[in-house]
Design a protein around this ligand. Sequence first.
Ligand SMILES: [Ca+2]
Ligand SMILES: [Ca+2]
Length: 505
Amino acid sequence: MRWDPIRAARWLSVVMVTWGAGLCWAAPAGLAAERPNIVFILADDLGYGDLGCYGQQQILTPHIDKFAKQGMRFTDFYAGCTVCAPSRCVLMTGKHMGHCWVRGNAGQGNRLIQCLRDEDVTVAEVLRKAGYATALCGKWGLGEEGTAGVPTRQGFDHFFGYLNQHHAHNYYPAYLFRGEERVPLKNVVPGEGDFGSGVATEKVEYSHDLIAADAMGWVERQVAERKDQPFFLYLALTIPHANNEGRQDGMEVPDLGAYADKDWPPNQKQHAAMISRMDADIGRLLALLEKLEIDDNTLVVFSSDNGPHREGGNDPDFNDSNGPLRGIKRDLTEGGIRVPFIARWPGKIPAGQTSGQLGTFADMLPTVAELAGNDQGLPAGIDGLSIVPTLLGKAEEQKQHDYLYWAFYERGGAQAARMGNWKAVQQPYHSPVRLYDLSQDIGEERDLAAEHPQVVAQLTAAMQAAYEPSENWKFPERPMGQNGQSANKKAGAKTKAAGQGPTKN
Ligand SMILES: [Ca+2]
Ligand SMILES: [Ca+2]
C-alpha cells in the first residue's frame, strides 16, 4: 500500500484518541460479527418472589418461567436503587448511587434534578453510536418535557410512553408521549394537572396494553425495514406498580383473569392479574421474535427496578412478594434491591442455568457495549462490569466487583454495601452499621456487626469511598425524629422491615 498522508493522519488521530481516553479495549473475537438485537424488559416494583421461577406459588407466570428455563437465571442480581428513578439512572448510565446524576425520586416541585443532562451517557447513546436502532416503550422517569433528559435526546430513535413517573402511576392517562409530542387517549382524567397523574373517570385505554403493542409493532418494523441493522428495545413496563393517586384502590387492571374467582382481597386479585398480564405480553413478544426468526440472534433480559410495594392497597405479604428476603421498596435490605434477572440468547447463553454471579444494573452499559462490538471506549467513571463472560458460560473469565453500593436519600437516608457474602446496611443513615452473612442468612435476621468489627470497618470504608457529595441529593445532617423513622415501620413485621430489629414470619 502506498503512503497516504491523509490516511496516516486519520490513523494517528484514532490511535491518539483511543490512547488518550485510556479505555482501549476490544470486543472478543467473533462478537462484533454477530451482534445480537437486545431487548431489555423492566417490570416496575416486581418483587424477587413474584415469579414462579423464583419460588412464587400463587401468581401465574408461565411464559417467564419457560423463558428462564431457556436461559440463565441470576440469584444475586441487584437493581440500581430501591425506588424507580435512581434505579433507572443506574441502569441507563452505569454509575451507582454514590455518584450517578439522578439519585432519587425528586419532589414535584423540583423535577429538574431528576432529568438527565446532555453529558450523561446512556445505554441507548452507546448502542446508537455502535449502529443500533433504539427504542424505549414505557416509562422513562429521567427527563421532563422540554429538557435534555427526554429519551429522544438521550439516544432513543423511538419513544412511546410516559416521561414523568407520577404520570406513569395512572394506567388510564389522558395522553402518552410519542417522541416529544403528547398523543391524546380516550381516557378522561379530571384535574390531572401538568403531569397527567390522577384517576380516570372514563377508563377506556389501558396504557400497558398500548405500550406492549407499540413495542411489538416497532420490532416488526425493524425487521421489515432494516434487516441488517441490530436493534435495542428498552421495554420499561409500568406494572405491577400502583396508581398511588387511587389510594387504597390503586391496583388498576382491566380484568382479573385467572384470579376472578379467588377468595382473595380485591387488591390482591388485581396485583396478581397485573403480573400475569405482563407475563402474557412477554410471551407474545417472545413468540413474535420466533415468528420473525430473530430469536436466535436476540438477547432478551428481564428484570425489575426495585422490590415489591405496599401502595395502592397492595399487601406484599399476601403472596410473599419478596420471597425469602427482608424488606420491600424503600428498604436497602435485600427485599428492596435484589431483583429477578433472567437472560436468554439461544445458542449463546447456556440454557437452564442458574448463576450466582454478583451483578447490578450498572453492569448493563458495559455488557451491551461489549455485545455491540463498541470500540468507542466506555463513558468515564462507570462502576459496572461487563457480564458477557458469565452470559457466555465462561464464568472463570468473569471480572468481579470489589463491592456493590446503594444509597437512598429519603426518609432518614440509608446506605448499604455488599462485599462477597457480607452485607452492610445502615438505615436510617444515622444508625449503627448492621452486618449480615448472606450465605447463611439471606433474610438478614442476625446482625453480626459486634462479632466482626473488621468486616464492618472494611464495608464502612467501602461505603465512604463510594459516596460522592451531591448538591441535589444529601443524607440528613442529623438523625430524623419519629416521623422520619416511622416510614420503615410501615413495612411491618411480616415483610421484615429494614429499619427495625430482626423479625420474620
Ligand atoms: Ca419501581
Ligand atoms: Ca446524553
